[in-house]
Design a protein around this ligand. Structure first.
Ligand SMILES: Cc1cc2nc3c(=O)[nH]c(=O)nc-3n(C[C@H](O)[C@H](O)[C@H](O)COP(=O)(O)OP(=O)(O)OC[C@H]3O[C@@H](n4cnc5c(N)ncnc54)[C@H](O)[C@@H]3O)c2cc1C
Length: 386
Protein backbone atom coordinates (compact mmCIF):
# COMPACT_ATOMS: atom_id res chain seq x y z
CA UNK A 1 0.00 0.00 0.00
CA UNK A 2 1.36 3.44 -0.94
CA UNK A 3 0.84 5.84 1.92
CA UNK A 4 2.23 9.08 0.46
CA UNK A 5 -0.14 11.70 -0.91
CA UNK A 6 0.41 12.83 -4.51
CA UNK A 7 1.18 16.51 -5.22
CA UNK A 8 -2.41 16.86 -6.52
CA UNK A 9 -3.83 15.42 -3.32
CA UNK A 10 -1.62 17.74 -1.25
CA UNK A 11 -2.79 20.74 -3.33
CA UNK A 12 -6.39 19.64 -2.74
CA UNK A 13 -5.75 19.44 1.01
CA UNK A 14 -4.33 22.98 0.96
CA UNK A 15 -7.40 24.23 -0.93
CA UNK A 16 -9.81 22.65 1.58
CA UNK A 17 -7.78 23.95 4.51
CA UNK A 18 -7.73 27.52 3.32
CA UNK A 19 -11.49 27.49 2.56
CA UNK A 20 -12.27 26.04 5.99
CA UNK A 21 -10.02 28.57 7.72
CA UNK A 22 -11.84 31.39 5.95
CA UNK A 23 -15.39 30.07 6.42
CA UNK A 24 -15.87 27.83 9.48
CA UNK A 25 -17.92 29.76 12.08
CA UNK A 26 -15.79 31.01 14.96
CA UNK A 27 -18.05 29.73 17.79
CA UNK A 28 -19.94 26.46 18.11
CA UNK A 29 -23.37 26.63 16.44
CA UNK A 30 -26.40 26.11 18.72
CA UNK A 31 -27.62 22.48 18.84
CA UNK A 32 -29.69 21.33 15.86
CA UNK A 33 -31.73 19.06 18.14
CA UNK A 34 -32.89 21.67 20.62
CA UNK A 35 -34.44 24.51 18.62
CA UNK A 36 -35.55 25.33 15.07
CA UNK A 37 -33.08 28.23 15.20
CA UNK A 38 -30.14 25.87 15.84
CA UNK A 39 -31.38 23.57 13.07
CA UNK A 40 -31.60 26.45 10.59
CA UNK A 41 -28.13 27.71 11.60
CA UNK A 42 -26.79 24.30 10.55
CA UNK A 43 -28.80 24.45 7.31
CA UNK A 44 -27.18 27.84 6.58
CA UNK A 45 -23.78 26.23 7.07
CA UNK A 46 -24.75 23.48 4.59
CA UNK A 47 -25.71 26.21 2.10
CA UNK A 48 -22.38 27.92 2.58
CA UNK A 49 -20.56 24.63 2.00
CA UNK A 50 -22.52 24.10 -1.16
CA UNK A 51 -21.74 27.59 -2.43
CA UNK A 52 -18.08 26.59 -2.15
CA UNK A 53 -19.00 23.31 -3.93
CA UNK A 54 -18.07 21.35 -0.80
CA UNK A 55 -21.53 19.86 -0.12
CA UNK A 56 -20.48 16.33 -1.14
CA UNK A 57 -17.21 16.31 -3.01
CA UNK A 58 -17.58 12.79 -4.46
CA UNK A 59 -20.87 13.54 -6.24
CA UNK A 60 -21.04 14.47 -9.93
CA UNK A 61 -20.85 18.21 -10.62
CA UNK A 62 -24.39 18.16 -12.02
CA UNK A 63 -25.64 17.28 -8.53
CA UNK A 64 -23.55 19.85 -6.68
CA UNK A 65 -20.36 17.85 -6.18
CA UNK A 66 -16.83 17.87 -7.60
CA UNK A 67 -16.68 14.28 -8.94
CA UNK A 68 -13.66 13.48 -6.74
CA UNK A 69 -12.49 10.04 -5.63
CA UNK A 70 -12.87 8.56 -2.14
CA UNK A 71 -9.27 9.32 -1.18
CA UNK A 72 -10.00 13.01 -1.69
CA UNK A 73 -13.19 12.63 0.27
CA UNK A 74 -11.10 11.27 3.18
CA UNK A 75 -8.72 14.23 2.85
CA UNK A 76 -11.71 16.58 2.82
CA UNK A 77 -13.02 14.93 5.98
CA UNK A 78 -9.62 15.26 7.70
CA UNK A 79 -9.57 18.98 6.99
CA UNK A 80 -13.23 19.33 7.95
CA UNK A 81 -12.68 17.83 11.41
CA UNK A 82 -9.30 19.57 11.82
CA UNK A 83 -11.09 22.91 11.33
CA UNK A 84 -13.73 22.02 13.93
CA UNK A 85 -16.51 22.57 11.36
CA UNK A 86 -20.15 21.99 12.41
CA UNK A 87 -21.66 18.49 12.50
CA UNK A 88 -23.46 17.78 9.22
CA UNK A 89 -27.17 18.20 9.90
CA UNK A 90 -28.00 16.39 6.66
CA UNK A 91 -25.88 13.29 7.26
CA UNK A 92 -28.85 10.97 6.65
CA UNK A 93 -29.26 12.58 3.25
CA UNK A 94 -25.72 13.05 2.02
CA UNK A 95 -24.12 9.93 3.52
CA UNK A 96 -26.99 7.41 3.35
CA UNK A 97 -29.76 8.33 0.93
CA UNK A 98 -27.50 10.15 -1.57
CA UNK A 99 -25.26 7.18 -2.41
CA UNK A 100 -28.33 4.90 -2.48
CA UNK A 101 -30.10 7.24 -4.90
CA UNK A 102 -26.98 7.35 -7.05
CA UNK A 103 -27.24 3.55 -7.35
CA UNK A 104 -31.01 2.96 -7.53
CA UNK A 105 -32.61 6.32 -8.39
CA UNK A 106 -34.18 7.31 -11.70
CA UNK A 107 -32.69 10.27 -13.60
CA UNK A 108 -35.71 12.30 -12.58
CA UNK A 109 -35.18 11.50 -8.89
CA UNK A 110 -31.48 12.31 -9.07
CA UNK A 111 -32.17 15.67 -10.69
CA UNK A 112 -35.01 16.53 -8.35
CA UNK A 113 -33.44 15.49 -5.06
CA UNK A 114 -29.63 15.37 -5.17
CA UNK A 115 -28.78 19.06 -5.86
CA UNK A 116 -31.24 20.15 -3.15
CA UNK A 117 -29.72 17.58 -0.78
CA UNK A 118 -26.17 18.77 -1.47
CA UNK A 119 -27.29 22.37 -0.93
CA UNK A 120 -29.06 21.72 2.38
CA UNK A 121 -32.39 22.83 0.87
CA UNK A 122 -33.89 19.46 1.83
CA UNK A 123 -32.75 17.90 5.11
CA UNK A 124 -33.55 14.19 5.34
CA UNK A 125 -34.53 11.71 8.04
CA UNK A 126 -34.40 7.92 7.90
CA UNK A 127 -37.75 6.28 8.76
CA UNK A 128 -37.08 2.56 8.98
CA UNK A 129 -37.38 1.45 12.62
CA UNK A 130 -40.77 0.73 14.19
CA UNK A 131 -41.85 -0.47 17.60
CA UNK A 132 -41.07 -4.19 17.23
CA UNK A 133 -38.94 -3.73 14.11
CA UNK A 134 -35.42 -2.50 14.94
CA UNK A 135 -32.82 -5.25 14.77
CA UNK A 136 -35.44 -7.35 13.04
CA UNK A 137 -36.15 -4.81 10.30
CA UNK A 138 -37.99 -7.40 8.21
CA UNK A 139 -40.77 -7.18 10.83
CA UNK A 140 -41.78 -3.69 9.52
CA UNK A 141 -45.58 -3.37 9.50
CA UNK A 142 -46.18 0.11 8.03
CA UNK A 143 -47.90 -0.25 4.69
CA UNK A 144 -47.87 1.25 1.21
CA UNK A 145 -51.11 0.54 -0.66
CA UNK A 146 -50.99 1.23 -4.39
CA UNK A 147 -53.79 3.46 -5.70
CA UNK A 148 -53.13 4.25 -9.37
CA UNK A 149 -50.13 6.57 -9.59
CA UNK A 150 -49.99 7.01 -5.83
CA UNK A 151 -49.16 5.08 -2.69
CA UNK A 152 -51.20 5.48 0.46
CA UNK A 153 -48.90 5.19 3.49
CA UNK A 154 -50.07 4.08 6.93
CA UNK A 155 -48.25 3.10 10.10
CA UNK A 156 -45.77 4.26 12.72
CA UNK A 157 -42.03 4.86 12.66
CA UNK A 158 -39.74 5.50 15.65
CA UNK A 159 -36.19 6.68 16.50
CA UNK A 160 -36.05 8.82 13.39
CA UNK A 161 -32.99 11.04 13.89
CA UNK A 162 -33.40 14.77 12.99
CA UNK A 163 -37.04 14.12 11.99
CA UNK A 164 -38.29 16.77 14.42
CA UNK A 165 -37.19 19.57 12.07
CA UNK A 166 -36.23 17.72 8.86
CA UNK A 167 -38.04 18.27 5.53
CA UNK A 168 -38.22 14.77 4.02
CA UNK A 169 -37.88 11.14 5.08
CA UNK A 170 -36.98 7.90 3.31
CA UNK A 171 -39.14 5.15 4.75
CA UNK A 172 -39.51 1.40 4.52
CA UNK A 173 -43.06 0.17 3.85
CA UNK A 174 -44.66 -3.12 2.81
CA UNK A 175 -47.53 -4.10 0.53
CA UNK A 176 -50.49 -5.16 2.70
CA UNK A 177 -50.41 -8.93 3.17
CA UNK A 178 -46.72 -9.31 2.30
CA UNK A 179 -44.31 -10.86 4.78
CA UNK A 180 -40.73 -10.51 5.94
CA UNK A 181 -38.21 -9.52 3.23
CA UNK A 182 -40.72 -9.69 0.36
CA UNK A 183 -43.10 -6.92 -0.72
CA UNK A 184 -41.19 -3.99 0.79
CA UNK A 185 -40.55 -0.68 -0.94
CA UNK A 186 -38.39 2.32 -0.01
CA UNK A 187 -40.55 5.41 -0.37
CA UNK A 188 -39.66 9.10 -0.04
CA UNK A 189 -42.21 11.34 1.67
CA UNK A 190 -42.32 14.99 2.80
CA UNK A 191 -42.55 15.31 6.57
CA UNK A 192 -45.11 18.11 6.22
CA UNK A 193 -47.46 16.06 3.99
CA UNK A 194 -51.13 15.87 5.09
CA UNK A 195 -51.52 12.85 7.40
CA UNK A 196 -47.96 12.97 8.81
CA UNK A 197 -47.64 13.64 12.55
CA UNK A 198 -44.26 13.98 14.24
CA UNK A 199 -43.83 13.48 17.97
CA UNK A 200 -40.39 14.43 19.35
CA UNK A 201 -38.59 12.03 21.71
CA UNK A 202 -36.20 13.77 24.10
CA UNK A 203 -32.83 12.16 24.80
CA UNK A 204 -31.65 11.83 28.43
CA UNK A 205 -30.08 15.32 28.25
CA UNK A 206 -33.29 16.90 26.90
CA UNK A 207 -32.25 17.26 23.25
CA UNK A 208 -34.96 16.20 20.79
CA UNK A 209 -32.71 13.98 18.75
CA UNK A 210 -35.49 11.68 17.51
CA UNK A 211 -39.11 11.73 16.47
CA UNK A 212 -41.83 9.17 16.18
CA UNK A 213 -43.60 9.55 12.85
CA UNK A 214 -47.27 8.59 12.46
CA UNK A 215 -48.62 8.12 8.93
CA UNK A 216 -52.37 8.29 8.42
CA UNK A 217 -53.43 7.84 4.78
CA UNK A 218 -50.46 9.84 3.47
CA UNK A 219 -50.54 10.05 -0.34
CA UNK A 220 -47.27 10.13 -2.29
CA UNK A 221 -46.62 9.69 -6.03
CA UNK A 222 -45.33 6.30 -7.17
CA UNK A 223 -42.50 8.29 -8.80
CA UNK A 224 -41.12 8.84 -5.28
CA UNK A 225 -40.41 5.15 -4.71
CA UNK A 226 -36.65 4.46 -4.74
CA UNK A 227 -35.79 1.23 -6.55
CA UNK A 228 -38.23 -1.33 -7.90
CA UNK A 229 -41.56 -2.09 -6.26
CA UNK A 230 -41.14 -4.87 -3.70
CA UNK A 231 -37.31 -4.51 -3.75
CA UNK A 232 -37.09 -2.27 -0.67
CA UNK A 233 -35.10 -4.78 1.37
CA UNK A 234 -32.40 -4.99 -1.29
CA UNK A 235 -32.22 -1.17 -1.53
CA UNK A 236 -32.08 -0.78 2.27
CA UNK A 237 -29.24 -3.24 2.60
CA UNK A 238 -27.19 -1.11 0.17
CA UNK A 239 -27.91 1.95 2.35
CA UNK A 240 -26.94 0.02 5.48
CA UNK A 241 -23.61 -0.88 3.85
CA UNK A 242 -22.84 2.84 3.28
CA UNK A 243 -23.97 3.63 6.81
CA UNK A 244 -21.85 1.08 8.64
CA UNK A 245 -18.92 0.74 6.35
CA UNK A 246 -17.47 3.99 5.17
CA UNK A 247 -19.48 7.16 4.94
CA UNK A 248 -21.23 7.79 8.24
CA UNK A 249 -18.23 7.73 10.54
CA UNK A 250 -15.11 8.87 8.76
CA UNK A 251 -11.80 8.16 10.58
CA UNK A 252 -10.95 11.86 10.88
CA UNK A 253 -13.65 12.19 13.54
CA UNK A 254 -11.79 9.77 15.83
CA UNK A 255 -8.31 11.02 14.99
CA UNK A 256 -9.31 14.54 16.02
CA UNK A 257 -11.01 13.19 19.16
CA UNK A 258 -7.80 11.27 20.02
CA UNK A 259 -5.78 14.48 19.58
CA UNK A 260 -8.15 16.40 21.87
CA UNK A 261 -7.91 13.57 24.40
CA UNK A 262 -4.09 13.72 24.32
CA UNK A 263 -4.27 17.49 24.96
CA UNK A 264 -6.68 16.88 27.86
CA UNK A 265 -4.30 14.27 29.28
CA UNK A 266 -1.28 16.57 29.02
CA UNK A 267 -3.13 19.39 30.76
CA UNK A 268 -4.01 17.08 33.68
CA UNK A 269 -1.27 14.47 33.76
CA UNK A 270 0.42 15.61 37.00
CA UNK A 271 -2.48 14.07 38.94
CA UNK A 272 -3.07 10.96 36.82
CA UNK A 273 -1.74 7.39 37.03
CA UNK A 274 0.48 6.09 34.20
CA UNK A 275 -2.26 3.64 33.16
CA UNK A 276 -4.33 6.58 31.86
CA UNK A 277 -1.43 7.63 29.62
CA UNK A 278 -1.32 4.10 28.22
CA UNK A 279 -5.05 4.23 27.45
CA UNK A 280 -4.66 7.59 25.72
CA UNK A 281 -1.85 6.16 23.57
CA UNK A 282 -3.99 3.11 22.75
CA UNK A 283 -6.91 5.29 21.60
CA UNK A 284 -4.55 7.30 19.41
CA UNK A 285 -3.22 4.09 17.81
CA UNK A 286 -6.75 2.70 17.38
CA UNK A 287 -7.88 5.87 15.60
CA UNK A 288 -4.87 5.72 13.28
CA UNK A 289 -5.40 1.99 12.66
CA UNK A 290 -9.03 2.66 11.74
CA UNK A 291 -7.91 5.42 9.35
CA UNK A 292 -5.43 3.09 7.61
CA UNK A 293 -8.06 0.40 7.30
CA UNK A 294 -10.53 2.86 5.74
CA UNK A 295 -7.88 4.12 3.29
CA UNK A 296 -7.39 0.50 2.29
CA UNK A 297 -11.16 -0.03 1.81
CA UNK A 298 -11.45 3.23 -0.15
CA UNK A 299 -8.58 2.20 -2.44
CA UNK A 300 -10.28 -1.14 -3.07
CA UNK A 301 -13.60 0.55 -3.87
CA UNK A 302 -11.86 2.97 -6.23
CA UNK A 303 -10.42 -0.07 -8.03
CA UNK A 304 -13.97 -1.33 -8.64
CA UNK A 305 -14.47 -3.46 -5.51
CA UNK A 306 -17.64 -3.56 -3.43
CA UNK A 307 -18.04 -3.03 0.29
CA UNK A 308 -18.68 -6.36 1.97
CA UNK A 309 -18.87 -7.72 5.49
CA UNK A 310 -16.11 -5.33 6.58
CA UNK A 311 -18.90 -2.82 7.01
CA UNK A 312 -19.83 -4.91 10.08
CA UNK A 313 -16.27 -5.14 11.45
CA UNK A 314 -15.78 -1.39 10.86
CA UNK A 315 -19.00 -0.56 12.66
CA UNK A 316 -18.05 -2.57 15.75
CA UNK A 317 -14.56 -1.05 15.75
CA UNK A 318 -15.54 2.64 15.49
CA UNK A 319 -18.43 2.39 17.92
CA UNK A 320 -16.45 0.59 20.64
CA UNK A 321 -13.43 2.86 20.12
CA UNK A 322 -15.67 5.91 20.55
CA UNK A 323 -17.12 4.70 23.87
CA UNK A 324 -13.68 3.76 25.25
CA UNK A 325 -12.09 7.05 24.18
CA UNK A 326 -14.81 9.13 25.82
CA UNK A 327 -14.72 6.96 28.95
CA UNK A 328 -11.00 7.78 29.30
CA UNK A 329 -11.80 11.51 28.97
CA UNK A 330 -14.38 11.23 31.75
CA UNK A 331 -11.86 9.37 33.94
CA UNK A 332 -9.35 12.17 33.40
CA UNK A 333 -11.91 14.84 34.25
CA UNK A 334 -13.27 13.08 37.33
CA UNK A 335 -16.24 14.85 38.96
CA UNK A 336 -15.88 17.81 36.54
CA UNK A 337 -17.17 15.47 33.82
CA UNK A 338 -20.60 15.26 35.37
CA UNK A 339 -21.78 18.78 34.58
CA UNK A 340 -24.30 19.13 31.80
CA UNK A 341 -24.67 22.41 29.90
CA UNK A 342 -24.13 24.15 26.60
CA UNK A 343 -20.58 24.47 25.32
CA UNK A 344 -19.34 27.30 23.16
CA UNK A 345 -15.79 26.14 22.42
CA UNK A 346 -16.01 22.44 21.57
CA UNK A 347 -13.42 21.31 24.14
CA UNK A 348 -15.00 21.93 27.56
CA UNK A 349 -15.90 19.11 30.00
CA UNK A 350 -19.50 19.48 28.80
CA UNK A 351 -18.42 18.40 25.33
CA UNK A 352 -16.77 15.23 26.65
CA UNK A 353 -19.93 14.27 28.53
CA UNK A 354 -22.07 15.12 25.49
CA UNK A 355 -19.73 13.04 23.33
CA UNK A 356 -19.88 10.16 25.81
CA UNK A 357 -23.69 10.15 25.88
CA UNK A 358 -23.74 10.09 22.09
CA UNK A 359 -21.00 7.43 21.91
CA UNK A 360 -23.13 5.11 24.06
CA UNK A 361 -25.65 4.98 21.23
CA UNK A 362 -22.99 3.91 18.69
CA UNK A 363 -23.24 0.18 19.49
CA UNK A 364 -27.03 0.43 18.90
CA UNK A 365 -27.72 2.54 15.81
CA UNK A 366 -26.81 1.53 12.24
CA UNK A 367 -27.58 -2.06 13.27
CA UNK A 368 -26.64 -3.08 16.83
CA UNK A 369 -23.22 -4.60 17.46
CA UNK A 370 -24.78 -7.91 18.47
CA UNK A 371 -26.38 -8.08 15.02
CA UNK A 372 -23.04 -7.15 13.39
CA UNK A 373 -21.38 -9.98 15.32
CA UNK A 374 -24.05 -12.36 14.01
CA UNK A 375 -23.28 -11.19 10.45
CA UNK A 376 -19.53 -11.69 10.98
CA UNK A 377 -20.10 -15.16 12.47
CA UNK A 378 -22.43 -16.32 9.71
CA UNK A 379 -21.16 -14.55 6.57
CA UNK A 380 -17.43 -14.07 7.24
CA UNK A 381 -16.62 -17.08 9.42
CA UNK A 382 -19.25 -19.45 8.03
CA UNK A 383 -20.41 -20.49 11.51
CA UNK A 384 -23.81 -22.17 11.84
CA UNK A 385 -26.82 -19.96 12.68
CA UNK A 386 -27.55 -19.86 16.41
C1 LIG B 1 -28.83 7.26 18.33
C2 LIG B 1 -29.76 6.44 17.51
C3 LIG B 1 -30.19 6.92 16.29
C4 LIG B 1 -31.09 6.18 15.53
N1 LIG B 1 -31.53 6.72 14.36
C5 LIG B 1 -32.44 6.03 13.63
C6 LIG B 1 -32.97 6.62 12.44
O1 LIG B 1 -32.61 7.75 12.07
N2 LIG B 1 -33.89 5.93 11.76
C7 LIG B 1 -34.30 4.69 12.14
O2 LIG B 1 -35.11 4.10 11.43
N3 LIG B 1 -33.84 4.11 13.28
C8 LIG B 1 -32.92 4.77 14.03
N4 LIG B 1 -32.45 4.21 15.19
C9 LIG B 1 -32.99 2.93 15.64
C10 LIG B 1 -31.99 1.78 15.53
O3 LIG B 1 -31.85 1.37 14.21
C11 LIG B 1 -32.50 0.66 16.43
O4 LIG B 1 -32.48 1.13 17.76
C12 LIG B 1 -31.64 -0.58 16.33
O5 LIG B 1 -31.77 -1.17 15.06
C13 LIG B 1 -32.01 -1.62 17.42
O6 LIG B 1 -33.38 -1.88 17.36
P1 LIG B 1 -34.30 -1.78 18.67
O7 LIG B 1 -34.01 -0.49 19.35
O8 LIG B 1 -35.70 -2.05 18.26
O9 LIG B 1 -33.76 -2.91 19.64
P2 LIG B 1 -34.11 -4.46 19.56
O10 LIG B 1 -34.07 -4.90 18.14
O11 LIG B 1 -35.34 -4.71 20.34
O12 LIG B 1 -32.86 -5.09 20.30
C14 LIG B 1 -32.72 -5.06 21.74
C15 LIG B 1 -31.41 -5.75 22.09
O13 LIG B 1 -31.47 -7.13 21.67
C16 LIG B 1 -30.36 -7.42 20.82
N5 LIG B 1 -30.77 -8.34 19.76
C17 LIG B 1 -31.88 -8.25 19.00
N6 LIG B 1 -31.92 -9.27 18.10
C18 LIG B 1 -30.81 -10.02 18.31
C19 LIG B 1 -30.27 -11.20 17.69
N7 LIG B 1 -30.88 -11.80 16.67
N8 LIG B 1 -29.08 -11.67 18.16
C20 LIG B 1 -28.43 -11.05 19.19
N9 LIG B 1 -28.90 -9.94 19.82
C21 LIG B 1 -30.07 -9.43 19.38
C22 LIG B 1 -29.95 -6.08 20.24
O14 LIG B 1 -28.59 -6.08 19.85
C23 LIG B 1 -30.20 -5.13 21.39
O15 LIG B 1 -29.11 -5.15 22.28
C24 LIG B 1 -31.55 4.92 15.98
C25 LIG B 1 -31.11 4.43 17.22
C26 LIG B 1 -30.24 5.18 17.99
C27 LIG B 1 -29.79 4.64 19.31
Amino acid sequence: MKLDYTPEQQAFRAEVRSWMEANVPAGKLPSFDLTRQGFEAHRDWERKLSQGQWGMVTWPEAYGGRALDLIRWLIFEEEYYRAGAPTRVNQNGIFLLGPTMMEFGTDDQKQRFLPRMAAGDDIWAQAWSEPGAGSDLAAVRSTCTRDGDEYVLNGQKIWSTRAVFADWAFGLFREPGSERHKGMSLILFPLDAPGVTRRPIARMDGEMVFAEIFLDNVRVPVADRLGDEGQGWHVCMATAGFERGLMLRSPARYQVAAQKLAALYHANKANLPASIGERVAQHWMDADAYALSIYSTASRLEAGGKIGPESSTNKIFWSEMDVALHQTALDILGPRAELLGQSTDGVSPVDWLDGFIFALAGPIYAGSNEIQRNIIAERMLGLPRG
